[in-house]
Design a protein. Structure first.
Length: 283
């Protein structure tokens, strides 16, 4: 198992997509900080108009696309790292990037024939998926690290003294929970790629989930189920992206739900990937 993990990490650091991922993640982080500063300046100059726009946006329950919220409190107060990272995590930016690069990484060995060459030497081929997940975990950890580092550096340059550290405990808590949720989402994308034998399905479904397109589907499902008598049913409660968007360091109950949902998704998706890899013929 350790040899499999080492081989996956070796292949990870030698792929072009890994280094592209680092560059894109850093650029997105800097862009996010820059646009946050632009929004703050606009809200400072046009405070009344900004409040009216925010009220109109809140009336719309369905949000489609990647949206990064600028909090009103940031205009007059310092921007704490925990709130900045909380907004970043809930925007699904990292999840969107992860769905693309994880799909590419998961399918890499299928294209090169690596799996076919090594599968015959393993009595438990399902371990290949588990070893691959370890590589994904490292990849995601590096993405988080690059994003946080780029955010801090660009934040100090662009936002200056307005960016403050804040509560370190809350910061560690939100980073840890968001990492678990994103790792669970990555395992979901890996499962789709493993079942479909290709990157296309996992990448496409991952992007649809991150962009909020599934909310339109959920709206239709909830409507049908409510007509059948279950008026309180909401299928979005079972969507991992709901928890990624709702994680809050100040809400312990929600954080507990996020941990449970993330762990459940991670275990189930990993188990399915291992089972599929174990049972099917390797081509």
């Amino acid at each position: 198992m350790l040899n499999l993990i080492r081989m996956n990490l070796y292949s990870l650091f030698r792929t072009v997509s890994f280094w592209v991922m680092i560059a894109v993640t850093a650029v997105i982080a800097v862009f996010f900080v820059y646009m946050t500063n632009v929004d703050i300046e606009y809200m400072s100059e046009e405070n009344s108009a900004a409040e009216q726009t925010a009220q109109q946006t809140d009336e719309n329950e369905i949000t489609v696309g990647i949206a990064v919220e600028t909090l009103d409190e940031w205009v007059d107060q310092g921007i704490e790292m925990v709130s900045l990272f909380q907004v970043m995590g809930s925007s699904a930016i990292i999840a969107l990037l992860a769905s693309i690069f994880v799909a590419i990484y998961t399918n890499a060995e299928q294209k090169t024939g690596f799996i076919k060459n090594i599968a015959g030497q393993l009595p438990k081929r399902g371990m290949l998926s588990l070893a691959k997940l370890s590589g994904i975990a490292v990849e995601l950890l590096i993405m988080f690290g690059v994003y946080i580092l780029a955010t801090v550096i660009s934040g100090k340059i662009i936002l200056g003294d307005k960016l403050v550290l804040g509560d370190v405990g809350d910061l560690i808590k939100i980073i840890a929970v968001q990492y678990l949720l994103h790792l669970a989402f990555c395992s979901f994308v890996q499962m789709l790629c493993t079942v479909a034998r290709g990157a296309g399905i996992g990448m496409t479904v991952g992007i649809l989930f991150c962009s909020g397109m599934t909310s339109l589907v959920y709206m239709g499902i909830n409507y049908v189920v409510s007509k059948l008598g279950a008026e309180d049913f909401d299928v979005s409660k079972y969507d991992l992206m709901t928890y990624i968007g709702s994680a809050s360091a100040s809400d312990s109950d929600m954080m507990t739900k996020c941990i449970i949902a993330g762990a459940a998704y991670l275990v189930i998706c990993t188990a399915v990937s291992m089972l599929v890899m174990q049972k099917r013929d390797i081509k």
